[in-house]
Design a protein around this ligand. Structure first.
Ligand SMILES: [Fe+2]
Length: 423
């Protein structure tokens, strides 16, 4: 708690302004006018466009006298190629603001478009080392309003944008405070048409954001930074993030099954949107650790797997990739803080656990929930076997942003054990 010579003594917390509630979507035109915008590109994917939401937004912009267009070519799980297409489209005209509407894919694409239309170079220049050059954006970005429609990503709150680099066969992220949206508008009504398997995967992503932040290394167990003005966006668990994560865990435990079972259950949709926003507010500061680090190679190296409810192409949806190794990870991280792991299991299940339940308590609660909402139960479902373990471990070892907040020292042996237990 107090200052020491070796360890960090300061944590940071930031989040964008938020508008949350039924009907919040109808206020986007007024919000953009208030920002002084005269031209805005709405960025979305074809599935979300079909819901009519992006065109409802465009109608509001037209009514507010703001020139606008809709780019609906966002790829689910965006790639460097799909981002190039979005950037080319954006460069055809001059925009003074952006709106992202959709899941994490649309919001992350909009962040990348905003970065690359205000800065020179290519995406890889800005990706966290060792995969990319780690250049920090130095110019102002344009206002970006993020409107999540999946109750999962948390991207509306965070500084992060994740891209699948096709040539490298792995996913990697850009993270910088300038990428955080200017405003998040969360309207739970936008989530009622999501297919049940998308709801399930998005909900597991919310859960994992909260659990990973909650169990990440404590901010004051990390070494003090050399330059206090260059603290990483992920500072480790801290009392402010913990509060948001606890709320998210308890809401996911109560409402995710209901939202998956009946998409029209408005109370469940409302509470899951609140869970997602709470988790985003927590993890955007504390950070995610191994389940997310593992998810990048799991999603990046897939060859044939296709997921129900998603576009017909080989891909592991982010929420499925994240939850695939979660039980094994939390069994492994349990010794770092048993009390916190047991508390998380209690918040999720509403049951009481003691130290005699040990590392299995949280793993068991997770497996129960995943079975109830019919999530894939192991990496073999995605086509991985013993022969892929080394590739998966290699991919995780490159995710330095997440590895920095894992609560135990990460070794190749530990990762091999976690991936093997997750097959
Ligand atoms: Fe995530």
């Amino acid at each position: 708690m107090y200052r020491s010579n070796e360890n960090e003594s300061v944590f940071t917390w930031a989040a964008p302004p938020l508008k949350f509630g039924i009907g919040a979507l109808d206020e986007v035109g007024a919000e953009l006018s208030a920002l002084g915008s005269e031209s805005c590109l709405v960025i979305t994917d074809p599935g979300v466009r079909n819901t009519g939401i992006p065109d409802r937004i465009r109608d509001q912009l037209i009514a507010a006298g703001i020139k606008s267009d809709v780019f609906d070519g966002v790829a689910v799980e965006p790639t460097d190629q799909s981002i190039d297409e979005a950037v080319s489209f954006a460069r055809e005209r001059e925009w003074d603001s952006y709106i992202a509407v959709g899941g994490g894919s649309a919001i992350d694409t909009a962040k990348a478009v905003n970065l690359l239309t205000t800065h020179p170079g290519e995406l890889l220049d800005y990706v966290t080392p060792p995969i990319g050059g780690g250049t920090a954006p130095w110019l102002p970005l344009k206002p970006l309003i993020a409107i999540p429609t999946t109750a999962g990503t948390g991207s509306e709150s965070t500084t992060i944008c994740v891209i699948d680099f096709l040539g490298l066969h792995l996913k990697a992220g850009v993270s910088h405070a300038k990428l955080r949206p200017t405003l998040a508008i969360v309207d739970p009504l936008t989530t009622v048409t999501l297919p049940s398997q998308v709801t399930a995967a998005s909900g597991m992503d919310v859960l994992s954001h909260a659990l990973e932040s909650y169990t990440s290394v404590r901010f004051d167990a990390k070494p003090a930074p050399e330059d206090p003005m260059k603290r990483p966006a992920f500072c480790g668990s801290n009392p402010i993030s913990d509060t948001w994560c606890e709320q998210a865990l308890s809401l996911v435990g109560k409402y995710l099954r209901r939202a998956v079972m009946n998409g029209r259950d408005l109370e469940a949709r409302y509470q899951m949107a609140l869970a997602s926003t709470s988790a985003g507010t927590g993890f955007g500061n504390a950070g995610t650790h191994l389940p997310h680090a593992n998810a990048y190679p799991v999603a990046g190296a897939v060859e044939n797997y296709q997921a129900e409810g998603y576009p017909a192409m080989p891909m592991v949806p982010h929420g499925q990739a994240v939850s695939a190794t979660a039980a094994a990870v939390f069994r492994w991280t349990y010794p770092s803080d048993p009390g916190r792991h047991l508390r998380a299991a209690e918040l999720l299940s509403g049951r009481t656990f003691t130290a005699t339940d040990g590392a299995d308590a949280l793993a068991h609660v997770l497996s129960e929930l995943m079975a109830d909402i019919e999530m894939p139960s192991g990496l073999r479902s995605f086509g991985y076997g013993e022969e892929h373990l080394a590739t998966l471990v290699d991919g995780t070892m490159k995710q330095t942003r997440q590895l920095a907040v894992v609560p135990r020292p990460v070794t190749r042996d530990a990762l091999t054990h976690i991936f093997r237990e997750s097959l």
